[in-house]
Design a protein around this ligand. Structure first.
Ligand code: GLY
Ligand code: MN
Ligand code: MN
Length: 433
């Protein structure tokens, strides 16, 4: 697998990232970062391995039980990887390992050691250095490899540096994220085409995964939400085990992971291919808010500002529909919309679906070219809500992935239909005969 990934992102990109990080480090310091570890699902069965995003970002190396050490001394940078040694017998059981001898050349590193030598090498290295950058709360399994000679309490956190680097995507990253978004959109198109009453939610989940895999994305970036009817009002519904009922909506929040980058799309559509009048009213309101939000996202605006505009649109719309009663400004001030729109407008997207990066206080950080974020307003009307009966149990979210560009933005997920007419046409041209 790592060969395919190396092909997707030029190896020099990993080298440049390490160089940029080394440039931020003070002279006479070291920085340590661990890979992810394998996780047991039950007894001796493991979850599929997923590399730690920070570690991947700096190495492009996809094995567990590894660590990266950066040392800056006399203004010179030195990069070392600690990894599992080759072991032909073990490899017969659990797969090939890169090994110590091949690692430096393959990954453009200065040196490589066995992971079991980490404590000794690090202890010796730190003797001559002033500062140590490490993030113990992020590196649970790695902490156990470090003896008392390494005082991790005194370590300084590398997270702010790396979060800032990861927040602004390079051209190569944008290319991969466009692909992740596109494949995710294909998954949603297939889901729309394959949805009809009496199928199970998990069957539609399988349709998504099938389409992702067809385009080279073996895994979803997060657990898919396939929520029919009032299940859509449970924000993180992942049981996906109910039958699809004629007349209900289906909310799907799913995205693939392609070359380690996440897509994150939500679409909501009618199981029978035709929106009812109340479904249409709620849907159009969410769509209007979402499109207005996207129109506002550009260099210099803030997520907080755009969020306020979305709150205004949604509150005004709920007032018009008789779902809220009162005076618009007062309702906004009282956060009356919170009963029906209870999450944020969006989040950074990248190697992690909820990607790292500072949002600023009250999300007041001006947007910059190269940031990628989601825009995902929603309205969720619980069956118990005191609202006109036709709206009870309706949940709608519409989510796209947006790249901030020099002059505005680009919707990376534009291939997934969201206009009512497009959705109905797509679904009805694929009706089962
Ligand atoms: N899929 C998680 C989210 O939309 O934030
Ligand atoms: Mn989502
Ligand atoms: Mn999202």
């Amino acid at each position: 697998m790592d060969l395919a990934y190396m092909a997707a992102l030029p190896p020099m990109e990993f080298v440049e990232r390490r160089q940029r990080l080394l440039a931020l480090m003070p002279d006479n310091s070291a920085l340590l970062l661990f890979s992810a570890e394998e996780k047991i699902r039950n007894r001796d069965c493991e979850y599929p391995f997923r590399q730690d995003s920070y570690f991947w970002y700096l190495t492009g190396f996809n094995e567990p039980s590894a660590a990266l050490l950066l040392v800056k001394q006399a203004r010179e940078g030195h990069t070392s990887l600690f990894l599992r040694p080759r072991d032909p017998e073990q490899e017969t059981w659990t797969g090939k390992r890169l090994g110590v001898a091949a690692a430096p050349k393959r990954l453009f590193l200065d040196s490589a050691f066995k992971i079991n030598d980490l404590d000794a090498v690090l202890g010796k290295t730190l003797e001559n250095l002033g500062a140590f950058f490490y993030c113990p709360q992020h590196q649970i399994w790695g902490n156990a490899l470090l003896s008392e000679q390494i005082n991790i309490e005194l370590a300084q956190d590398w997270q702010p540096w790396l979060d800032e680097m990861r927040l602004i995507k390079s051209n190569n990253e944008i290319r991969l994220m466009q692909q992740a978004a596109q494949i995710s959109a294909f998954g949603h198109i297939r889901a729309m085409q394959q949805t009809y009453p009496n199928r199970m939610e998990y069957e539609i989940e399988a349709e998504l995964l099938h389409e992702f895999a067809r385009f080279g994305a073996r895994f979803a970036a997060y657990n898919s939400i396939v929520a029919s009817g009032e299940n859509a009002c449970i924000l993180h519904y992942t049981e996906n085990d109910q039958v699809l009922r004629d007349g209900d909506l289906l909310l799907i929040d799913a995205g693939c992971e392609f070359a380690m980058y996440a897509g994150d799309i939500t679409r909501t559509f009618p199981i029978n291919g035709c929106f009812s009048a109340p479904q249409r009213e709620i849907y159009e309101l969410v769509l209007q808010a979402q499109k207005q939000a996207i129109a506002l996202l550009t260099v210099g605006t803030t997520l907080g500002e755009v969020e306020q505009e979305v709150i205004r649109i949604i509150t005004a719309g709920l007032l018009t529909l008789g779902i809220l009663q009162g005076e618009l400004n007062q309702l906004i001030e009282q956060k009356a919309y919170r009963a029906f729109y209870m999450h944020g407008l969006g989040h950074w997207l990248g190697l992690d679906v909820h990607d790292v990066g500072n949002y600023g206080e009250n999300k007041n950080r001006p947007l910059q070219e190269g940031m990628v974020l989601t825009v995902e307003p929603g309205i969720y009307i619980s069956p118990e809500a005191a609202v006109p009966v036709q709206y009870k149990g309706i949940g709608v979210r519409i989510e796209d992935n947006i790249l901030i560009t020099e002059y505005g933005n680009k919707i990376l997920t534009a291939a997934a239909p969201k206009e009512i007419i497009e959705i109905e046409n797509l679904m009805n041209s694929h009706k089962r005969s």
